[in-house]
Design a protein around this ligand. Sequence first.
Ligand code: CU
Length: 366
Amino acid sequence: MDHSDNGHATHGDSSQADSTLWPVAAGIGALLLGAALLFYTRDQDAAFAAPLLGAAIVVALFAMVGWVWDDRRTKQRAASGAALGEARYTQVVTFAIAEDQYEASRAADGIVSQLEDTNNQLRGLKGFQDLRVIVSASGTGPSQALVETTWADREGLATYEETRATLLDLLAKSEQQVVPGSVQVFDMEVVRDTKEVAVRFGTAAIVSTFGAVILGGFMIGAGVGLFSDGGSGGGGVPTAAPPSDTIVAKNTKFTTGTTIVAPPNTAITLKFDDRDETPPHNVQIFAGGQTSGPLLKGCTAGCASDDVTTELKGGIRIDTFTFTTPAAGEYAFNCLAHPTQMIGKLVIQEGAPVPGAAAPAAAAAP
Ligand SMILES: [Cu+2]
């Protein structure tokens, strides 16, 4: 499970993973908060925004409390030290090599070589991690040597000392090379430096908070863009003018009302405002998204049949026509005489306001 022999890496990783959950939770809280604000400013819809705001506050509080709690727990654990294999046990042996024995100590049977060879024997012992031999040669006087062995746990070090296959025994047998009385032994419990963990935690926290904020910003931005898009298209924004119900033709172009938005299965009346004396124009709505194929059916007034199309003719005038809107989707319209120059689309959306209807009534009808 978690704290096996390679507890170092495993534990470090899992603690980091746990810790980054809090910033993510904080980010979700921020997201919900943004969404609540968005819904509120868009619709003044307290029925929907209020629970969202509540959820945002709860999540944000939860994240903050959890974050602080987790941080304190991490610090306490670091302060109390040894738990879960965060400590290492090190034995440092220092000694001096007699001035004229430096060469001999490095020979195949010299003390330094023998110490280095013990690496292979120690490797079999439980908990052994590392052995280092450092000799700083001195031209004059004795050379200083340092042997450091590292153990994963206290038991490892203890077992090693009990077996007496220790470095000290080796040193004792090399009286010639080792300066008498120069041997010093330090057993150390090295608590793993928690700074590294703290830095990693801090970095992870910053990165994920930053990421969550950016993501949230994008989503909110996308949401705003979506709504304002709908607004420019047909007047979905309640504060703007009533949803457009008029298609204006001028200089052989549809200049206004190139996108008409309406709810499905609703009788709506649109106006075709032709401002060109010539050439002749009309509006015909297709049963699909392309300006080809059959025309939309359902015209009840202003059309020659139930095809939704006005009469193609010249002259400045406003024609009105009434039809029942189809199912949700996009339906292309154009002018029969200028099929590629004069193009627009009818967007049928569930919940969209009725074109030309008074704005407040439209906003209140979701
Ligand atoms: Cu035309």
